[in-house]
Design a protein around this ligand. Sequence first.
Ligand code: 13P
Length: 261
Amino acid sequence: MRKKFIAGNWKMYKSPKETKEFFAAFAKEMDASESVKKAIADGVEDVAFFVPSISLTTAIEAAENMPLIIGAENAHWEKCGAFTGEISVPMVAEVKASHVLIGHSERRHIFHETNEETNKKMHAVTDGGLRAVLCVGETLEERESGKAHDVIKGQFLDGLKNFDAHTTAEKVIIAYEPVWAIGTGKTASAQDAEEICKFIRDLASDTFGTECAEKLLILYGGSVKPENTASIMSEADIDGVLVGGASLKAESFIKIAENAL
Ligand code: 13P
């Protein structure tokens, strides 16, 4: 049985002050939510937040008494160097964040990050002892021209180049986020999301073997809300969700964590 992984990606929202306020509100929601508390304690569900780098330390401190995962939204592949504006994996590890998002579609499409760069980052994160969430997903144009599977296959195989069959499932999580469903209110239907997540699991099986594929966590992201979480999570190959907008409010995010169970 794979653990459920419910994650918020705050993108460029929430300053340190707002982060502190959020976790004060989230602590109350957690306290009131017996099902989420029990699921985390029983090892059935993980709840994670990927926050802006400037708010990482505040998030770690504010969530200190809660069993939450805190991660960074990006990290450079070099440990240090002349890379103005970037943060490195050792920096993320030093503040005790444990996960890093890699290759989010906004990194790929706005900041022109390539598959080769995501691969270098994936290795930097996992070599640095942290867990990496590799985001993959097609644009509307790619979907409409029948290229979705090829695009995802390329992002998956290139992103995971030189990873091995034995440790990939422990070190890596995959998030399928169709670009056309991000921030648009247009969720992929549960069936469409499942079709691609199953395709990713089959790719994992072909590349790393069935044992790895069976253990690998695969998330769906794109306009996830409390109302559509249960149907998305009922699909066989979807193990969790990566939530943008609806993770910014404590009440909606706790409902997503509840409805995912
Ligand atoms: P929305 O949930 O706002 O569509 O964002 C999805 C996303 O990009 C999460 O990484």
